[in-house]
Design a binder for this molecule. Structure first.
Ligand code: 0O2
Length: 214
């Protein structure tokens, strides 16, 4: 099937596409509201805001079709329903401890169910990538009834986000295959950043316990 045909087959015209992607946008808003609320609560209770900022995106039709091909899935609505990262939320935390705290608090919500957790912090990817990934199902209430929508939540520190953004940018901008030497240097940057993250975490813990004692 030609690319234009595939797009039309799954997403229809612009209006149909907008309606079809609505549950994915609602699921993102639901997760963002929960995260903002828990951050607010932490601020009020502990005078510490674990979340630095939140980004989100709904995968574009083009990128959905590219992924269906890459994953060898049927290029159809059924194939699309097997993707778990159409709704994506990225949570940027201040310290490493905050990542696990935010994840733990979010998963306490009864209406959120965990589908998959991948801990790329304890087990970084071969290239040095670090983040905590959660796939959760979120109920979206519409006039047709309730629909469970998967959302991919990536939780990482400011420092991990800096590495991931630049690494993505460098690979995207590269005009030819990136050499082993460059990959090794990028991995070393990720390791240095991870060590800095831990030291910042330790400094925070030390200062915080002192402030608490005063
Ligand atoms: P976008 O636009 O950010 O969504 P997949 O890679 O999705 O086919 P899997 O195993 O489901 O397979 O995904 P994984 O590895 O858990 O995480 C996918 C997403 O995590 C990626 O989304 C990136 O956002 C991020 N990610 C994973 N590995 C790396 C990495 O090595 N470097 C960087 N910079 N980001 C990474 P997409 O689909 O690439 O794009």
């Amino acid at each position: 099937m030609a690319y234009e045909e595939e797009l039309r087959e799954i997403f229809g015209d612009e209006k149909e596409c907008h309606r079809m992607m609505l549950p994915y946008r609602i699921a993102i808003e639901t997760v963002k509201t929960k995260l903002e609320t828990l951050d607010d609560e932490m601020k009020c209770t502990f005078e510490h805001s674990p979340i630095h900022n939140i980004k989100s995106r709904v995968k574009t039709p083009e990128s959905i079709i590219e992924k269906l091909h890459r994953k060898n899935l049927e290029v159809s609505i059924n194939g699309l329903r097997q993707l778990t990262d159409i709704s994506g939320v990225r949570v940027i935390c201040r310290y490493v401890d905050d990542i696990f705290y935010v994840a733990q608090l979010l998963l306490l919500h009864d209406d959120i169910s965990l589908v998959r957790k991948t801990n790329y912090i304890q087990y970084p990817k071969e290239n040095g990538y670090r983040s905590l990934h959660l796939i959760v199902n979120v109920p979206v209430y519409r006039k047709e009834g309730v629909q469970l929508v998967p959302v991919e939540i990536q939780i990482r520190t400011i420092a991990m986000d800096m590495w991931a953004s630049l690494e993505h940018d460098l690979h995207y901008k590269a005009t030819h295959e990136v050499s082993d030497n460059i990959n090794q240097r990028l991995k070393k940057c990720a390791e240095d950043i991870a060590a800095t993250d831990l030291e910042m975490q330790n400094i925070y813990r030390e200062l915080n316990s002192k402030w608490k004692q005063e």
